[in-house]
Design a protein around this ligand. Structure first.
Ligand code: GLA
Length: 687
């Protein structure tokens, strides 16, 4: 779907007016008087959407084949009566205990063949026909029952697919995997060839010999990568099956499921799932000890916007304060609740939703933060929620706008991350997202808006394409990067990109195989560094972790290694490509193409210096002129533009723009001053 269409479609489907505000609502836990108080408090806070019924299968079907929706009917009527709309979940995340008793074989098995214990959630094998049958039956009954109810505005299929059952090794999954491999490769010889099974003499003579890669042995990289793909596909089949049922009964309601998009790679391949979503939705939780958690949040939000083709996406869950699954669960710092919520909105979310509305007294997540904490409405957090609700209403007019001004495309692919962790590597604690995150942070610090896109997206109109540690790439996608550069674009390719093809086979003839010609240089050996080791470059920059023995064919050397085993050899290169006659120029940036290759993992200040040069090369400007620590993103529509300013610094800062702050009504002429931690959303003057 085109960007414009996706935008209009998302808005058409949107479950509320303006921005959606609310969270997961699990009233099964509470007596009537608390539920009655919930309605009052939701109205007070301005909640307009709740996610209901995520774990309610046992409530709807207390015994096998006995259905009772009276509790749900009461809740839907109550919520409708309070003008609160419902994002209704299919309850397939929480298998009733009677089903575990009747069919213990539906439990997923770990890599050693041990079943998950019953209880908890996601206790089902994604390929189980038994689970499929029971789950579709409850979905069918539920959808038929609620069809036409005015409160129900959206479907939330199951919950966080893959959260606990992403990789199943039970006999049913093993069979399904064999069928998946057969569908993909047709013949066993093709599998042997693709996975390179001649090595270690692992050649198969029939599909029956293929197992899921578990247990205690080293597995083949192609096998491992395909198992990741299969596992994602198996879960997607469950989503699709549920969605088909929902469509039959409620053809007009949007259907989604809540992703868990962070830095990647993710448990399932969300980018390849995103076309199946009427609105893409994310659950995002920050990690308290991470000093740059607001930037990690921004990276994930930039990924979400890429998955919704620039259209509005939904922040389905985040936390008002602490989670409870980390060793130490830190509360949010003062003002962080608001800053985090607005950072998501600034980057294209049209909702601010939390897990969960009211903190549980008991149950697994009894210490997870909530909109109404254990202390109740007199708590500090509920005060912040009330203020947040008020502010979101003041921002309602931004809901019809989208993020504008991204001149940088960041190529990100889950399969590249999976390939990197599938099999042994020069560095065996590889983190696919490290390089991407480091570069994204430099752009974030400079208020440069970034679209995180899959390599197969159309990135021709951007001024700069970053290829950060993209270990796997297909020939076609690598060609698209080359075409972009040949049309005059600027590209940065970093170490360990383009190394393998889609079956996780090394591209031979010199690294980085897929980009060797494009960068005009190649390496014949990697020189990873010992922990704590540092290299210097001849321009004074420093690097750690990685170096390569490079030869230049057709590129300028920006910096050479000045120490270590590669001393004297190129570390950073820059190739200039003259724009070629005959190639379409219209959508392309003007001028000569430039391809940078970074073979080292630069230390922070050196990366700063590189990024400054790169941005100057590509003529990329920030969203606004801001002082250090201020995040600036612009959303705009046909009539208005809004500059979102979030001061993540501990000192006062400022931004250059003129207009009215929607949050305070204050007019600013030329400059907006922001106190430490403050947020402003400026409806900008249009000339
Ligand atoms: C996830 C789940 C929720 C809840 C939260 C908080 O996002 O979807 O049900 O468990 O985490 O832990």
């Amino acid at each position: 779907m085109s960007t414009a269409n996706r935008f209009a479609e998302n808005l058409r489907h949107w479950p509320t007016e303006g921005l959606s505000f609310g969270g997961d609502y699990n009233p099964e836990q509470w007596p009537d008087d608390i539920v009655a108080q919930d309605m009052e408090l939701m109205r007070e806070a301005g909640v307009n959407l709740v996610t209901l019924g995520v774990f309610s299968w046992i409530t709807y079907e207390p015994r096998e084949g006995c259905f009772d929706f009276s509790w749900l009917d009461g809740m839907l009527d109550l919520l409708a009566g309070n003008a609160i709309r419902v994002d209704l979940a299919t309850p397939t995340a929480a298998v009733p205990m009677w089903l575990h008793r009747l069919h213990p074989e539906i439990l997923p098995q770990d890599e050693f063949g041990h079943p998950l214990a019953p209880g908890g959630r996601m206790g089902w094998c994604p390929s189980s026909p038994v689970f499929r049958e029971y789950s579709l039956r409850i979905v069918e009954r539920l959808a038929a029952h609620v069809a036409g109810h005015p409160a129900v505005r959206m479907w939330h299929v199951s919950n966080e697919f893959g959260g606990g059952n992403a990789r199943c090794h039970c006999p049913v999954s093993a069979d399904a995997f064999r069928r998946w491999v057969q569908d993909r490769y047709t013949t066993i010889d093709a599998v042997n060839e693709a996975w390179g099974l001649a090595f270690w003499g692992n050649t198969y003579s029939s599909f029956e010999e293929i197992v899921t890669p578990g247990g205690r042995t080293a597995h083949n990289p192609g096998h491992l990568l395909d198992y990741e793909r299969f596992s994602s596909d198996a879960l997607l089949e469950q989503y699709r099956a549920e969605k088909r049922v929902l469509r039959r009964h409620t053809p007009d309601l949007p259907v989604t499921t809540n992703f868990m998009v962070g830095l990647g790679p993710d448990v399932v391949d969300y980018t390849r799932w995103s076309d199946e979503m009427d609105i893409v939705a994310n659950d995002h939780y920050t990690f308290g000890p991470d000093p740059f958690r607001h930037q990690e949040l921004a990276f994930s939000a930039d990924r979400m916007r890429g998955m919704s083709n620039g259209g509005p996406w939904m922040l389905m869950e985040h936390a008002t304060g602490a989670a409870s699954w980390h060793p130490i669960n830190q509360a949010k710092k003062p003002g962080e609740l608001f800053r985090h919520a607005i950072t998501h909105v600034a980057r294209g979310s049209n909702s601010v939703m939390f897990f969960q509305w009211r903190a549980s007294r008991s149950g697994t997540e009894q210490f997870h933060s909530a909109m109404v904490p254990h202390a109740g409405p007199r708590s500090h957090v509920f005060g912040e929620i009330r203020t947040l609700g008020q502010h979101l209403r003041q921002l309602a007019e931004t809901a019809a706008t989208g993020v504008v001004g991204a001149r940088v495309a960041f190529l990100h692919d889950n399969e590249a991350g999976w390939a990197l962790k599938s099999g042994l590597k020069p560095i065996n604690d590889p983190s696919y997202a490290d390089t991407a995150r480091a570069i994204h942070r430099k752009l974030f610090d400079r208020a440069v808006t970034v679209d995180v896109l899959p390599p197969w997206a159309d990135f021709t109109g951007y001024d700069l394409v970053v290829v950060p540690g993209l270990f796997l790439i297909s020939d076609e996608d690598a060609q698209a990067v080359a075409d972009y550069a040949h049309r005059g674009g600027t590209v940065l390719i970093t170490w360990f990109s383009g190394i393998v093809d889609p079956v996780n086979t090394v591209r031979i003839g010199g690294y980085p195989g897929a980009f060797r010609d494009l960068i005009g240089a190649w390496s014949d050996e990697f020189f990873p560094l010992a922990a704590g080791e540092q290299l210097t470059l001849d321009n004074g920059w420093t690097a750690h972790r990685w170096s390569e023995r490079m030869q230049v064919i057709d590129a300028d050397v920006v910096a050479r290694y000045a120490s270590g085993d590669t001393a004297g050899l190129p570390a950073i290169t820059r190739r200039t490509i003259r724009a070629e006659a005959g190639l379409p120029q219209d959508a392309a940036p003007a001028g000569e193409g430039t391809v940078w290759y970074l073979s080292a993992d630069l230390d922070d200040p050196s990366l700063d210096a590189l990024i400054d040069r790169l941005l100057a090369d590509a003529r990329v400007e920030p969203a606004a002129s801001v002082t250090a620590g201020i995040d600036a993103v612009r959303r705009a529509g046909s009539r208005s533009s809004y500059l979102f300013l979030i001061n993540n610094a501990t000192t006062e800062g400022s931004a250059r723009t003129s207009g009215v702050d929607l949050l305070t009504g204050t007019r600013h002429d030329g400059e907006v001053r922001l106190a430490a931690g403050a947020v402003a959303v400026i409806r900008e003057d249009r000339d």
